[in-house]
Design a protein around this ligand. Structure first.
Ligand code: GLA
Length: 387
């Protein structure tokens, strides 16, 4: 892979002398969905699929970007001066946003660069191809300029750029999972305090399977920001009757006691999801630590039901994938993962059931939706690296 990427870089940008090859993973969230902007817990892990980048600093101010995933767009040129998001949002808004964000944080990116990217995360699949590009860009800039930032800082800078440059009010989960990834471990992160711990994922006789709906969506055009503001309004209403900072501060019982303060039934459901999902995530991690994978699976299933009925971010594609998965013998748990509205589901499937899973779920999906789903048996990998 490394050699091929360098060769392509050389063809496009006049040789590859001085260029370096980098990689940042994608991520999948096992449980804890739409909790990260509500002060709750999440439980994602980095994947071994992700984004490769070849980069070389330039002496002038020029930026030359090329993605092997969007070859038709060719080399896209701009300048490191006066960075602003392009209306016609193309992928270059992600690396540019991160360069801009470093500047905002007092770390000026003074020179241009040539950058080639190749990602093997399906685009728009909900496995965080954009956060992967953001963390990758930050990782490259740190290496190029020697900026004194930790991997956690890279996550925060990536999120900042996505919020402020790309206009998506995402939480910290994706960039954190990518920047802090650890092989064979998921990350149990409390987004209220940023305290985290690694939890080994030892699935004896089972694997993590991702089913991709092939229904594309970007967070910009989804109801993501709407959900976020519904939760903010519900929180403001609850704050009038109880002393909390975030929805993640509430137990299920406390929520049931105080929920009448929320004046709209839709918002009650949104907040209920945020509260219960946070509690479920803590219970799921405890179950995993106790080696009770069956309970972990049950909590995954309950997470999906809540995202479907209370949070309303699933849709027929994700519901079909999950509901068909639940019918397959040997499926320990299955749920949508990521923002929703399309993208992927994550399932834990016993080894001997994987073939039947792909076949049965694939067939039912094609019949009902009219186009095929894709299935990936994935591995949990490390954070960004220089190759
Ligand atoms: C997207 C966002 C994350 C998180 C998830 C939902 O992936 O980028 O911050 O909110 O949706 O859990």
């Amino acid at each position: 892979m490394r050699e091929q990427l360098l060769e392509k870089f050389g063809e496009l940008f006049g040789g590859s002398a001085g260029a370096k090859v980098y990689f940042a993973p994608g991520r999948v969230n096992l449980i804890g969905e739409h909790t990260d902007y509500n002060g709750g817990h999440v439980f994602p892990c980095a994947l071994t699929i992700g984004t490769y980048g070849v980069a070389r600093k330039r002496e002038d101010k020029k930026l030359r970007f090329y993605s092997m995933n969007f070859e038709k767009l060719g080399v896209i040129e701009s300048s490191v001066e006066g960075l602003k998001p392009e209306k016609e949002a193309d992928w270059t808004n992600y690396p540019k946003g991160v360069m801009w964000a470093f500047g905002e944080k007092g770390m000026e990116v003074t020179c241009g660069m040539d950058l080639l990217l190749y990602g093997n995360i399906p685009n728009g699949s909900g496995l965080s191809s954009s956060a992967s590009v953001e963390v990758l860009t930050g990782f490259i800039l740190r290496d190029m300029y020697g900026f004194a930032v930790t991997n956690q800082d890279l996550a925060l800078i990536g999120q900042y750029s996505e919020n402020k440059f790309n206009g998506v009010n995402c939480g910290i989960m994706d960039q954190f999972a990518i920047a802090m990834g650890k092989k064979d471990n998921a990350i149990f992160l409390d987004t209220a305090t940023m305290e985290f711990e690694y939890a080994p994922i030892r699935l004896e006789g089972a694997k993590v399977v991702i089913s991709c709906s092939n229904k594309k969506r970007g967070l910009g055009d989804s109801k993501y920001n709407e959900r976020r503001s519904e939760c903010e309004t519900a929180l403001a209403e609850l704050k009038k009757v109880t002393d909390i900072q975030t929805l993640g501060d509430l137990s299920e019982e406390q929520f049931e006691e105080k929920k009448d303060a929320i004046k709209d039934p839709v918002r009650v459901r949104r907040a209920r999801h945020a509260v219960y999902e946070n509690q479920r995530t803590m219970k799921a991690v405890a179950a995993l630590k106790a080696n009770n994978i069956e309970e972990f699976g049950r909590l995954m299933n309950a997470s999906h039901v809540s995202l479907r009925d209370d949070y309303e971010v699933t849709g027929i594609e994700l519901d079909t994938l999950v509901e068909e998965a639940w019918k397959v013998e040997g499926v320990i748990g299955s749920r949508m993962t990521g923002a929703g509205f399309g993208g992927c589901t994550v399932s834990i499937v016993k080894d001997e059931a994987i073939e039947a899973f792909k076949e049965q779920v694939g067939k039912a999906y094609l019949e009902k939706i009219g186009y095929a789903a894709d299935f990936y048996v994935v591995e949990i990998g490390d954070g960004p690296v220089i190759l």
